[in-house]
Design a protein around this ligand. Structure first.
Ligand code: 21W
Length: 247
């Protein structure tokens, strides 16, 4: 998968490329994270990429010409690429969108800065608009990294065998079960006995129960949109009875 990021801060991606799963995916040639500096496509002698808003008001707007030229240059190198504008007004990013994006070989990610990009860029140059959530960033770069990281770990082989968990329909839509490592006793808090037992079937059952109950307590809204399995309903009934006894 080939990502081309259009930004006025390409250096922000240097450390992103240099660590962890992203670094390994690049080394394994599973992904490319290329950057294009939008400023290189500015034509005035100060290489300006922003300008004052028509109609007045605070803040600056990203000029359309350098951005359009940068997008054209990126598309020339990758004619089949989809272009994505990272914007707080886009569709809110989630795991399902990440899975859908793995279908594309090439993505051009456009990072706005200032108060936003000139509206006319959206019409002819952009296939999708994506936000990473309802909070205010200062530009699209961190959002682009979030997207790249989320999509990359879905590419087979990038996690080293862990990818199967993603497809596990059994755990889909639930929070993960609790995790424990050594020591067995940490400041008086013990690892659940079943995890030390070596009974794989019982451990799997305990983990599923842990998933269901953690979801109920931490993210109850996730259970409402989910088709619960018979086993999951049994877990909820069991704890309902236990809690009912107490109240
Ligand atoms: C944020 C630009 C807000 C413009 C009141 C006064 C890309 C982003 C961004 C940004 C505004 C994403 C304002 C989640 C994000 C991004 C920069 C609107 C600001 N409000 N996903 N001034 N959040 N943000 N004007 O911010 O470019 S994806």
């Amino acid at each position: 998968m080939h990502f081309t990021v259009l930004t006025i801060f390409p250096e922000m991606f240097d450390s992103f490329r240099a660590h962890g799963i992203i670094k390994r995916a690049i080394d394994q040639k599973k992904i490319v994270v290329a950057t294009i500096n939008i400023r290189d496509f500015a034509t005035d002698r100060h290489q300006m990429t922003d300008d004052r808003p028509y109609g007045g008001g605070n803040g600056m707007v990203m000029k359309p010409e350098p951005l359009a030229a940068a997008i054209r240059a990126a598309k020339e190198k990758a004619p089949s690429a989809r272009s994505v504008l990272m914007t707080p007004q886009g569709h809110k990013f989630n795991q399902q969108m990440a899975r859908q994006l793995t279908a594309f070989d090439e993505l051009i990610l456009i990072c706005g800065r200032y108060e936003g990009v000139d509206e006319r860029i959206g019409d002819d140059f952009i296939d999708y608009e994506i936000s990473i959530g309802d909070y205010v960033l200062t530009g699209g770069e961190l959002a682009a990294m979030v997207l790249i990281e989320t999509v990359t770990r879905l590419i087979p082989g990038t996690l080293g065998g862990e990818n199967s968990a993603e497809k596990d329909s059994f755990s889909e839509g639930l929070l993960e079960h609790a995790h424990y490592t050594r020591p067995r006793n940490f400041e008086g808090r013990r690892v659940p006995e079943v995890l030390l037992s070596g009974h794989h079937q019982e451990i799997e059952q305990w983990r599923h129960e842990s998933s269901v109950m953690r979801t109920l307590l931490k993210r109850p809204e996730l259970l409402q949109t989910r088709n619960l399995s018979e086993q999951e309903i049994d877990v909820l009934k069991k704890w309902y009875r236990i809690i009912k006894e107490l109240i």
